[in-house]
Design a protein around this ligand. Structure first.
Ligand SMILES: [Fe+2]
Ligand SMILES: [Fe+2]
Length: 405
């Protein structure tokens, strides 16, 4: 049973939440507090999985409350439920909240958001993952521009100009974003020169995830050099995977999600590189020495892998289930009955990652071996993709050859 604490200074709103969420009583143990002080007293009396708070409250506002929650109970999920007209206040919560929801929130959406965040915290029964996330310390919050975008996208009919303003506020992000959009990930027939144009080509969702990848790569930089790891080669691999993903067959929305999953698939490596550098360095070294894939060595040494760690973080931030699932299983894919005909987001992420690893090695003259081949051939056979592989390998070679064009 998950313990959720709702905080709002308006008794009407608390009563409304209590009523709306009554059907969840079987699964959630819910508490309701009318102020920050009352919330802190409850938190002291028993542990909670998540705190969902209003922003604007007298005495202690939501941002202050979540700051204290972060300090005292770092494993508790922190969610802001704010009104449309509280943007300024919500901005203050950006560094401390994992997720933002807009009031009035329909119960379905609220339920889904809480379940999703806690579900990933619930992934922590895995003692190894719990230890890693514990060592990471505070669960990293959603990077700033992504958080502002997420908040803006909660509003109905948000004008494109506002989206443009949020992203363009950060010149570095804008430059990097436009570079990604134009880097042949999406096979666009023309050059995109503004955020607004990028949104209309790719859609808000894809744009948001690209911004997230830019910010993520930036905020999780390793603090000192790690043997066998560099940000340049990390980004190169992620981007190569994305370019390969863009050329795999499928309906546009699935391929776009596959491209995004490919950009983000190794996010867990950044968590390890920036927060557990020594452990990560030793795993890399052993992987090279034994010519064994990194995820296998990580599993042996830490009991979990960068795939689950990355998925955990993205799930906490409320990314869609298909995306989180693709990141989580990119080395160990499983076919799901929900898969329709054609490649799923997970299949695209798995194939693109395998080919992006293999193609540069083949180009460098490395003979094919268990070291160069990360693909799960039983899985590919099961989804009927094995026969396509030679063609995709040739395509990946071509993408490597045309790097930088
Ligand atoms: Fe990986
Ligand atoms: Fe990878």
């Amino acid at each position: 049973m998950k313990r959720i604490l709702f905080v709002d200074d308006e008794p009407m709103i608390l009563a409304g939440l209590r009523r709306l969420l009554r059907p969840q009583r079987e699964r959630w143990d819910m508490s309701f507090a009318g102020s920050g002080a009352e919330a802190l007293a409850l938190l002291e009396s028993k542990p909670f999985d998540a705190v969902v708070t209003d922003m604007r409250m007298p005495a202690m506002d939501g941002a202050k409350l979540l700051e204290l929650v972060r300090e005292r109970y770092p494993a508790t999920i922190r969610i802001v439920l704010s009104g449309y007209f509280e943007s300024d206040a919500a901005m203050r919560a950006v560094p401390v909240a994992h997720q933002f929801l807009a009031k009035p929130c329909d119960p379905e959406k609220l339920h889904e958001a809480i379940e999703r965040s806690c579900g990933f915290a619930g992934m922590l029964p895995d003692a190894a993952l719990r230890r890693i996330v514990g060592a990471v310390g505070r669960l990293p919050t959603l990077p700033r521009t992504t958080a502002l975008l997420t908040e803006a996208l909660e509003k109905p009919d948000v004008p494109l100009s506002e989206i443009g303003r949020i992203v363009e506020h950060d010149v570095g992000i804008t430059a990097k974003l436009l570079q990604l959009v134009n880097s042949a990930f999406f096979c666009l027939p023309y050059h995109v020169t503004s955020v607004r144009r990028a949104v209309s080509c790719l859609g808000l969702d894809t744009l948001k995830h690209l911004v997230l990848s830019v910010e993520l790569f930036h905020t999780l930089q390793p603090r000192y050099p790690i043997a066998g790891f560099s940000m340049e080669s990390f980004e190169e691999h992620s981007h190569l995977a994305a370019r390969i993903a863009a050329r795999l067959p499928g309906p546009e929305p699935v391929v776009s999600a596959g491209v995004v999953a490919s950009v983000l698939h190794d996010a867990g490596k950044l968590v390890l590189a920036s927060r557990l550098p020594e452990e990560f360095e030793r795993a890399l070294e052993e992987s090279r020495a034994r010519q064994l894939p990194l995820h296998i060595v990580e599993q042996e040494r830490m009991g979990t892998t960068h795939a689950e760690i990355g998925a955990y973080l993205l799930g906490l931030w409320g990314l869609s289930g298909a995306l989180v699932d693709a990141v989580s299983r990119h080395h160990r894919p499983v076919a799901s009955p929900a898969d329709g005909a054609g490649l799923s987001v997970l299949a695209i992420a798995h194939i693109a990652d395998g080919l992006a690893w293999e193609a540069p090695l083949v180009k460098a003259g490395e003979p094919a071996s268990a070291w160069t081949d990360l693909l799960d051939h039983a899985y590919l056979g099961g989804i009927g993709a094995e026969a396509e592989l030679p063609g995709w390998r040739a395509m990946a070679q071509q993408v490597v050859e045309t790097r930088g064009e």
